[in-house]
Design a protein around this ligand. Sequence first.
Ligand code: B1H
Length: 801
Amino acid sequence: MFSNKDRFKEAFLKRLESMCGKGFEESTKRDQYHTLGNMIREYISSKWIGTNELYRSENKKQVYYLSIEFLLGRLLGQNLLNLGIKDMVEEGLSELDIRLSEIEECEPDPALGNGGLGRLAACFLDSLATLNLPGHGYGIRYKHGLFDQKIVDGYQVELPEQWLRHGNVWEVRKPDEAVEISFWGTIETNYANNGLSFKHVGAEKVLAVPYDMPVVGYHVDTVNTLRLWNAEPSSFGPNQDVLSYKRDTEAITDFLYPDDTHDEGKILRLKQQYFLVSSSIQRIIASYKKENQNVRELHHSVAIHINDTHPALAVPELMRILIDVEGLTWDEAWDVTTNTLSYTNHTILSEALEKWPIYLFKPLLPRIFMIIEEINERFCAELWDRYPGEWERIEHMAIIAHDLVKMAHLAIVGSSSINGVAKIHSDILKNREMKSFYEIYPHKFNNKTNGITHRRWLLKANPELTELIKEAIGDEWVKQPEKLLDLKRHVYNPALKEQFAAVKRKRKEILAKKIADKNGIIVDIDSIFDVQVKRLHAYKRQLLNVLHIMYLYNRIKEDPKYTIQPRTFIFGAKASPTYYYAKKVIKLIHSLAEKVNNDPRVSQVIKVVFMENYRVSLAEDIFPAADVSEQISTASKEASGTGNMKFMMNGALTVGTLDGANIEIMEAIGKENIFTFGLTAGEVLKYEENGRYRSMEYYHHDLRIRQVVDQLTNGFYAEDEGEFGAIADSLLVQNDQYFVLRDFASYIDVQEKVGTAYQHTDNWLEQALINISHSGYFSSDRTIREYAENIWNIEPVGVRM
Ligand code: B1H
């Protein structure tokens, strides 16, 4: 049906009728979306089956990527692109007077993740499939993904996300592969003929039903699987209240916790984590045993990756199955477990560190808790041998201490590999955060700098730039993104610069139209589009950006002769619903926008725009239109960042601190092609150690700072003077934990340089092109190759249909 345009059209019309029970004329856009989606899923299915059969028959090692989040974004366009049938379908549809882009808009944007961590998992899936690597994602099929954000009077309001309301055309329910998960109950220990055995009695059982989604590689026949688990009632005992049992069970996969880099510590979250881990590992072992006899050799055929600590219960769960079900000894099971598992750390922020109180943990997961106790005892005994008498060190490293289960310690002890997500982050793990573990396990620690899939963030999001690059250097880079470097030879070519400027302009116009439609704000296409889009968090310092704009406002008002390059400041950010400070910053951005955009003179040169409901699909409109990328986290706090890479790939210049992957971006493109400022990570960490920072001094000595900070609470930005009190307090009363005031002057300076640089158009365009040409290194294909070779030990399997 996809062999040529006419066949496609014919099949489409026929399918539309049979699926929707109406003729073409009466069909809605959504009918058309569902029809096309189903046709494509069907088209994929032969490749999907073929891939699975091949993996079975070749019996090569496979990796399972366990993640509590997969921030997929819409799949229709990406699948069409990867299958190589997008142009044909687009043409066929247009002959039926249907615009593919309008159909794509009908697809809900599955937001099964909060931010970088979940989006990284989605990029990895795309790279695994494209590189023909046998790797699959295991996650949770949340009924409600990350909330939809509405702005009402400048305040964030959260609405439940409803991606499954009209069904999901990509998924296949596999009830035959459902497994049972046990919560609560007690453990009976039996001393049978010279061995112990354990029986979990009185447990509450939950059924985990898998829903599989195909992951289509780009222009290859490999189709891997993303398996999302759904919680459903299992059998229940005679005394159970059926309705409340059903409600409690389904609650497990009801919603995604809306916290980014923050640990919620709720029992339902722990249930989610064990639910994901237990169902995944049970199934992985079952499918291993179909082709292999000996579970002692599991690690030769299977690698299981733990994405942050959320799936760290994989350590005791794998032990449980190997010992209680498969009958291995402790030592045998430990050998298999530690050789199968690997773990990525994504943050050093202490508020993100997962620590479960025993009083919650032990009753919910009694057997798992016993196993963790045993792991802990053996680990502490080893430490005692190595550091006799060093109680403090041992207490500090223990997996269970002060009535808490420390998930990071569990993951470190139970894995063969521990990696950070950018060089500086991995170094901080080794030399500070996890120093004591690095000392005993130096071989386990390594770095894997994050990447993004250029197929979504360049080919799909920016077809105009894609075409331009192809015209300049051909298309080898599409398969080998590092070849974008070929563009470097053309950077000074005036025609290319001009064409790039035209592409950027076109994308700015498209975004400007969206802004006009959604926000009712008319922005100047010739202004710098200066963009900060990411989760709202104090450490990411949206506030620094805001204070700079407040300063500019004051400058423009006070000095009639002050001229600057016009700028449009664009924000997009969701705040965790319970994060008070973050929500106040959103309100502040709106109050600032109100003032700036309505001032006759100021609004001639600057505008402030907050784009509601930032998500993957909106991001695809924003990155291609950006001139300036704001990556201004407090140095040492942003483990890597991945938005920075998406901007770079689309030819925006970075204003950034020396943090996360910004540093590696700078090393790739050269210092002269990035605008860096502020404290270094070393300086921040030193301040944190010696406690010598006094934000008040900066407030008193810099008039610009005093003015903007005072304006937070003197009625300038809110009638209610208390409205932004919490923000002012964070800066002064709480001594500015994230060094906003410390970096303020440096940020103002660098922003002035940006304004001037933009006026040297030729030079700016060259710098933008240099950024693009070095962005290939930051493709997740490079990252995934490194994981495959150095951590998972997996090889490509040549799927050929
Ligand atoms: C990142 C998280 C995170 N780091 C806890 N940590 C969560 C932690 O729901 N939770 O409990 C959710 C998310 N997310 C991000 O990972 C880092 O901040 C980024 O710097 C990094 O680029 C990204 C991917 O590695």
